[in-house]
Ligand binder design. Sequence first.
Ligand code: HEM
Length: 198
Amino acid sequence: MKAVTWRRLFIFMVALAPFGWIFYRTISQQLGADPAKTIVLFTGEWAIYFLFASLAVTPLVRSAKWRWLMPHRRMLGLFALFYALCHVASYLVFILGLDFSRFFAELVKRPYITAGAPAVLILIALGATSTKAMMRRLGKRWQSLHRLVYVALGLAWVHVLWQVRSSYFEAVIYGILAALLLGYRLYWRQKMARKKAL
Ligand code: HEM
C-alpha cells in the first residue's frame, strides 16, 4: 500500500475515535448526570475541532511545506460535517425527542441555534460538492463556494459565543484561532496579488 493510503487510513481511524469513545460511553452508561447534553456538547466540540483542522491544512502546506497533508484536507472537512450532523441529530433526538415544531420554535427563540443552523447547511453544501467530479463541474465557482467554510466557522464561533454562561475561555480560544486562519488567508491573498503586479 502507498504511504498516502496508510496515512488516509490512519487519519480515518483517529478521526473516528471520538465517535467510538462517545458510543462506548453511551452503551456503558457513563455519560454522567445529563447524558443527552454530554453527547450534544461532545459532538459539537469535535465538529469545530475538525473544522479548524481542515482549515489549518492550507497554511501548513504553504508555510511549513507539509505537502503530505493536502490529500487529507477533504477527509478532515468531511469529519467536521460528520460530527456536526451527529451534534444536530443528537440534539433533535435526545433533547427535542424529534419534535420538529419545537426545533423551529428554538430556531427563532435562541440566537445561538439561529447561528448554528446555517453553519450546518453550509457544511452540508460543501460536503456534497467536495468530490473531484464536482470540482471539475463547478470550475472556478468551486473555490468561491468553498470559501463559505469561513462563514461556517464564523457562524459556529458565534454559536459558541452566544451560549456562554460563565467562562469565555473556550469562545476566546476559538475566536483567536479563527482570526489567525482568516488573517493568514488574507495575508496570502495580498502576497499573491503583489506577486502578480510585479
Ligand atoms: C442546527 C444546528 C445546531 C444546533 C441545533 C446546535 C445545538 C447545540 C446545543 C443545544 C448546544 C448545547 C448548549 C448547552 O446546552 O450548553 C450546542 C453546543 C455547541 N455546539 Fe452546536 N448546534 C448546531 C450547530 C453547530 C455547529 C455547526 C457547530 C460547529 C461546527 C457546533 C458546535 C458547538 C459547540 C462547539 C458547542 C459548545 C460545546 C461546549 O460548550 O463545550 N454547533 N449546540
